[in-house]
Design a protein around this ligand. Structure first.
Ligand code: HEC
Length: 106
């Protein structure tokens, strides 16, 4: 009996953790306005962060490419819609965002 209760509680905990992961952007993404165009699991104006993560999985140059892209903007990888430059984004926030995105598909 006790083990049933424990597994029900564990399953409920997993479901909560799963939905938070699917829906929640980190504070650093909200603060820098990324959430206006990006979501984790669906395309908004820009690609879903999960799709970006899958695309660059195992790519050793991904961090360099994406930090430059996020600060300078650009287009042509996901379509013709350009991402605007983020000149006010700090280097630390940029790295944190790119590492967050790349970590999603692991
Ligand atoms: C005005 C809308 C907009 C905002 C704001 C925005 N993006 Fe984007 N983002 C896009 C679009 C559109 C693309 C697709 C560009 C392309 O096809 O090359 C993109 C692409 C990306 C990519 C993939 C780049 C690649 O070359 O594969 C990453 C990573 C990314 N955005 C992160 C961010 C982060 C982090 C922020 C916040 C600092 C942000 N974006 C803010 C629209 C936006």
């Amino acid at each position: 009996m006790k083990s049933i209760i424990v597994s029900v509680v564990a399953a409920a905990g997993l479901m909560v953790a799963g939905s938070v992961l699917a829906a929640d952007m980190p504070e650093v993404a909200k603060k820098n306005g990324c959430t206006a165009c990006h979501a984790i699991d669906k395309k908004v104006v820009g690609p879903a962060f999960m799709d970006v993560s899958k695309k660059y999985k195992g790519d050793a140059g991904a961090v360099a490419h994406l930090t430059t892209k996020v600060s300078k903007g650009g287009s042509g990888v996901w379509g013709t819609m350009p991402m605007p430059a983020s000149p006010k984004l700090s280097e630390a926030d940029n790295k944190e965002l790119v590492n967050f995105v790349l970590g999603l598909a692991k």
